[in-house]
Design a protein around this ligand. Structure first.
Ligand code: CMP
Length: 139
């Protein structure tokens, strides 16, 4: 199977809880190679742009407020079957439903503040990687 890339974001709660190292360790232990990583404090426009697909959802406002509440760390991960495998490693959106041993089960507080983002399809991974890292999605 060919190598694949996915976009992850260590969200502001991950940074606030000083879990950057712990979550990166879990990613590397699960076989992902970290290709790019850049801590940044998103502007409202950048957060709204990233989550534009959710613009009409009731949680959009709180999601954007949360994502601009402090710095976050977008990163690009690579391995075979990266998109699907990373979704498995992070667990369900709602930590109450996340499988034991997943990042969200271990560290997330709720559906809104759930430590980490992972692209949900290879097509979205390419779009999301390009959003933060330009042409790295095409390598
Ligand atoms: P993420 O993988 O970053 O993609 C969209 C985000 O919206 C998701 O993680 C959650 O943090 C957030 N989200 C999804 N559903 C809800 C919800 N019902 N209430 C609050 N936030 C949500």
């Amino acid at each position: 199977m060919a190598l694949e890339r996915t976009l992850a974001i260590l969200k502001p709660d991950c940074v606030r809880k000083q879990l950057i190292g712990e979550v990166l360790r879990r990613m590397e232990a699960a076989g992902f190679r970290i290709c790019a990583l850049h801590m940044q404090h998103l502007s409202r426009a950048r957060a709204e742009g990233f989550y534009a697909v959710h613009r009409d959802r009731p949680f959009f406002g709180s999601l954007v407020e949360f994502m601009i509440s402090g710095p976050c760390v977008p990163l690009v991960l690579e391995k075979e079957n990266a998109v699907e495998d990373f979704r498995t490693v992070i667990g369900a959106t709602d930590p109450a439903e996340a499988a034991p041993g997943t990042i969200r089960a271990a560290h997330a507080d709720n559906k809104g503040e759930n430590i980490v983002h992972g692209s949900d399809s290879p097509a979205n991974a390419r779009t999301e990687i390009a959003y933060f890292f330009g042409d790295l999605s095409a390598d």
